[in-house]
Design a protein around this ligand. Structure first.
Ligand code: SF4
Length: 350
């Protein structure tokens, strides 16, 4: 087995304080892993790659105490070092005065936050009371520390009527002007996310072309600018009906192995490629029980159930078995394929 060119390993050391209904990663219990666990994971995979990058999270970054030390450790364990993502913990931002200045010190100049509409709706999506107010506070803290907030919205039938609230919020908080004062452009976008993990449970609530006109033009313009798209269809995709028709003619199969994979390691040391929500069908094995060699071998030989199905079952067959040919729900083609693939895998397991 030739070593990977690069392997990125993300250990879910502390999980996440939120329980989001749109979470593609799923809302499994948070863990309490320690530095030794991170060192163990890095050392286990080291012989199988020319270059390695290690992360101490794949859900909410920095939310647990000791985030600075863990950041330093990941730098030490990594050959290549990606700058801190424009993702942050708003849970920590409102509780720890050192956190946002620390992000700034690392070079972070924009942070993405999610708002779904009103306070009640946003809290409902985050799965906990107080999330909306914490996000508003975080916006102020970020701006006071020289960091521009970026707002994203996941849009469903459930919250589409609340989009004007977001427009009002942007105006009342003067986000454009305040970002400009930092020399940044305020960014906003909406999309429907990928239909996996928790978000798949919102399938019934998925938007269709009949709701599109409810999106305020200003938010459409901001979204098109953000994605550099010329139409909302480019952003939201096609109807399931159109996709089913198209994909029923697609008889291709595919290996899901790449030379620079990203592995997610959960709190029980089960390993998954980051292709979809970490689920039993994607599991490559347990790092502690089976060792990295077995995990890498399973991945490289497409032996997880999900990989094996993608390698042997034509797209057309999966769509015939799991698609809903008269559905008007909107999907990007790749996201829809992933949704169908996940459904097909679950059928095989049950
Ligand atoms: S979407 Fe992000 S913040 Fe929400 S539960 Fe998932 S990992 Fe946590």
């Amino acid at each position: 087995m030739e070593p990977f060119q690069k392997l990125t390993v993300c250990l879910d050391m502390h999980g996440c304080p939120n329980r989001c209904r749109h979470c593609w990663l799923g809302v499994t219990p948070s863990g309490t892993l320690n530095e030794e666990d991170l060192r163990f994971v890095a050392a286990a995979f080291r012989p199988y790659t020319q270059e390695m990058e290690v992360f101490d999270w794949y859900r909410e970054p920095d939310f647990h105490d000791g985030y600075q030390k863990r950041w330093e450790l990941t730098q030490l364990l990594s050959d290549s070092k990606t700058p801190h993502f424009e993702l942050a913990s708003f849970w920590r931002a409102v509780r720890d005065p050192e956190y946002v200045p620390w992000l700034y010190g690392l070079g972070v100049r924009a942070v993405q936050l999610t708002v779904f509409g009103s306070e009640k709706t946003t809290d409902w999506f985050f799965g906990r009371r107080g999330a909306y107010q914490e996000i508003l506070k975080t916006i102020d803290i970020l701006l006071d520390n020289g960091i521009a907030p970026r707002i994203q919205t996941f849009v469903y039938q459930r919250n589409i009527d609340e989009l004007p609230h977001i427009l009002t919020l942007i105006r009342e908080l003067k986000l454009k002007k305040r970002c400009q004062e930092l020399g940044r452009t305020f960014e906003y976008f909406l999309h429907q996310g990928t239909c996996d993990g928790e978000n798949e449970k919102l399938y019934e609530d998925w938007i269709t072309p009949s709701e599109i006109d409810k999106i305020p033009q200003k938010l459409v313009d901001e979204t098109l600018r953000y994605f550099q798209a010329s139409s909302l269809q480019e952003v939201l995709g096609e109807t399931e009906q159109e996709l089913c028709k198209m994909l029923m003619q697609d008889h291709s199969v595919q290996s899901l192995v790449v030379r620079e994979p990203v592995f997610y390691v959960d709190k029980n040391f089960d390993v998954y490629p980051n292709l979809s929500t970490p689920s039993p069908s994607y599991c490559l094995g347990n790092l502690k029980a089976e060792g990295a060699g077995k995990v890498v071998d399973t991945y490289c030989k497409n032996r997880s159930l999900a990989q094996n199905i993608r390698l042997t079952v034509p797209v057309s067959e999966m769509v015939k078995a799991c698609g809903t040919p008269d559905s008007q729900r909107l999907f990007k083609r790749g996201d829809y394929m992933s949704y169908i693939h996940n459904r097909y895998c679950r059928q095989m397991i049950s």
